[in-house]
Ligand binder design. Structure first.
Ligand SMILES: [Zn+2]
Length: 395
C-alpha cells in the first residue's frame, strides 16, 4: 500500500543536528518511507491531507513495562499500549518483563521469560504499535553462554536492577557477559523503586558500565546531583530521562548533556506503567517540560524521543528519511490554546494535539486522537483506493 501525506506545514527529521526536512509531502510504500519533500501523490492508494500540520517520526518510548499482550498487571488495565499509540508512541521498548506476576528468578526461568516475551511481541502490534520485548532480568548464576544462547534466539536486551545480587557492583560481570554476547544492557539508576533493591548511583553505573542508564533522572528517586556530570564525562552510556521520575534532575541532565557535547546520548522515555500509573501522553509531557523549562528548542527534544532512541537501540525507525520504517505522527497546536503551531505550543509548555498516527505504512487513525486535545487544523483522508468498512459511519 502506497500512502502519501501531503500539505505538511513542517517536517521534523528526528536528527537533532539537522532537525528539519524541506518540503511538504511524505510518501510511504510497503511499510517504508520512500520519499520526503515534494513528490506527486498521483499514484498513491491513500492520500492524507495534513492541512498544514507538522510531521514528526513516531515517538519511541524506550522504557515501557510490558508483560504479555496489551495488559499491565501493575495497574490491572488492558489496552494501555493501544492508548499510548494515541499519544504518538509507535514503538515501545521493554524495560524487562519484571511485572509478570510470579516472575521467575532462576537463570533458566529468566531466560525463558525473555525468549517468550520476545516471541509474543515479534508480530503482535497492539493498535499498530511495534513492541520490542524480551529483556532478560540479570540474576546471579547467568553465564556468558546463556547470553550467547539468548542472542541467538533473538533476545536483544538485558536489564540490571532487579536481581538477587548482594550489591549492585555484582552486576558488572553479568553486564560484561551480556555485552560480549551483543545484548544492549540497561541499568536501573537512583533510589530503589521496589522494596529490597538498593540505590544505584554514579559510582555503581561507572563500574557496571551498561549501554543505557535507565531513568538517570531517578526512577522515581534521583541519584546525587554531582553524579550526573561524572556519568556524562566518564562514560559513553545513554542518558535516559523518564516522565515517572524527578523533573528537576531531568532538566539538569538535559543542560549538562548539551553543555558537554553529549546530547546524542540523551533519550526520552516514560518508565510506565508503574506505581506512577499509565501515561499515554507521558512522552508528550516530558518533551513539553524540557522544551518549555530550558533554552533548547522543541524540535531537539522531539529528536531525543525519536532518532536518539533509534540510534541507541539500533532501530530502523525514528527518522523521517527514505528507507526508514514508515512510522509517522502528525501533530498540531491544540485547539483552544494560545499558540498557532505544534512547535510553538510545545515551547509554550502545552502538550501537542495529535492528528494522525501511521505505523509500518498503515494509517492507524486520521483526524483525532482519543487522548490528546483536538487539533487546530484538520487532517483528513482525501482519497482512498483501499476497501473499507464504512458501516460505523452510518450510525
Ligand atoms: Zn522501570
Amino acid at each position: 500500500m502506497k500512502v502519501a501525506i501531503c500539505n505538511l506545514g513542517r517536517i521534523v527529521s528526528g536528527d537533532w543536528h539537522n532537525p528539519f526536512v524541506a518540503g511538504d509531502t511524505i510518501v510511504t510504500d510497503a511499510g517504508r518511507i520512500v520519499s520526503v519533500g515534494t513528490a506527486a501523490a498521483d499514484d498513491a492508494d491513500v492520500v492524507i491531507d495534513a492541512g498544514g500540520m507538522t510531521a514528526i517520526p513516531g515517538l519511541i518510548d524506550s522504557h515501557v513495562h510490558v508483560t504479555f499482550g496489551d495488559y499491565t498487571p501493575r495497574q490491572r488495565t488492558v489496552g494501555y499500549l493501544e492508548s499510548y499509540l494515541h499519544g504518538g508512541v509507535t514503538t515501545a521498548i521493554s524495560a524487562s518483563e519484571v511485572h509478570v506476576p510470579g516472575r521467575p528468578r532462576d537463570p533458566e526461568g529468566v531466560k525463558a521469560l525473555a525468549v517468550a516475551a520476545q516471541r509474543c511481541f515479534a508480530d503482535y502490534r497492539p493498535g499498530g504499535m511495534k513492541v520490542i520485548a524480551g529483556s532478560v532480568i540479570l540474576e546471579p548464576g547467568l553465564k556468558a553462554n546463556d547470553f550467547k544462547e539468548l542472542a541467538e534466539k533473538g533476545v536483544r536486551l538485558a536489564k540490571a536492577g532487579f536481581g538477587a545480587v548482594a550489591t549492585a557492583y555484582d552486576y558488572a560481570p553479568l553486564v560484561a557477559d551480556a555485552r560480549a554476547a551483543g545484548l544492549i544492557t540497561t541499568c536501573h539508576t537512583g533510589g530503589s523503586s521496589i522494596p529490597g533493591s538498593g540505590a544505584i548511583t554514579g559510582d555503581h553505573l561507572l563500574k557496571i558500565r551498561p549501554h543505557v542508564s535507565f531513568h538517570i533522572n531517578g526512577g522515581p528517586t534521583a541519584m546525587p546531583d554531582a553524579d550526573f556530570a561524572r556519568v556524562i564525562l566518564e562514560s559513553d552510556m545513554a542518558l535516559q530521562v523518564c516522565t515517572a521520575g524527578n523533573l528537576r534532575t531531568t532538566l539538569l541532565c538535559a543542560r549538562l548533556a548539551q553543555q558537554h557535547g553529549a546530547f546524542d546520548r540523551f533519550i526520552i522515555a516514560t518508565d510506565t506503567p508503574t506505581g506512577s500509573g499509565i501515561m499515554p501522553l507521558g512522552m508528550l509531557y516530558t518533551i513539553a517540560h524540557l522544551a518549555s523549562l530550558t533554552e533548547m528548542p522543541p524540535e531537539q527534544f522531539i529528536c531525543a524521543a525519536t532518532g536518539n532512541n533509534a540510534k541507541v537501540y539500533g532501530l530502523d525507525s525514528g527518522f523521517i528519511a527514505p528507507g526508514k520504517a514508515a512510522d509517522i505522527v502528525l501533530i498540531d497546536a491544540p485547539d483552544g490554546g494560545t499558540q498557532s503551531t505544534a512547535l510553538a505550543a510545545i515551547k509554550h509548555g502545552d502538550i501537542v494535539a495529535i492528528g494522525a498516527v501511521i505505523t509500518a505504512g498503515i494509517p492507524r487513525f486520521v483526524g483525532r486522537s482519543r487522548n490528546t486535545p483536538a487539533t487546530t487544523r484538520k487532517a483528513q483522508v482525501v482519497r482512498s483506493r483501499v476497501t473499507q468498512d464504512f458501516a460505523a459511519a452510518a450510525h
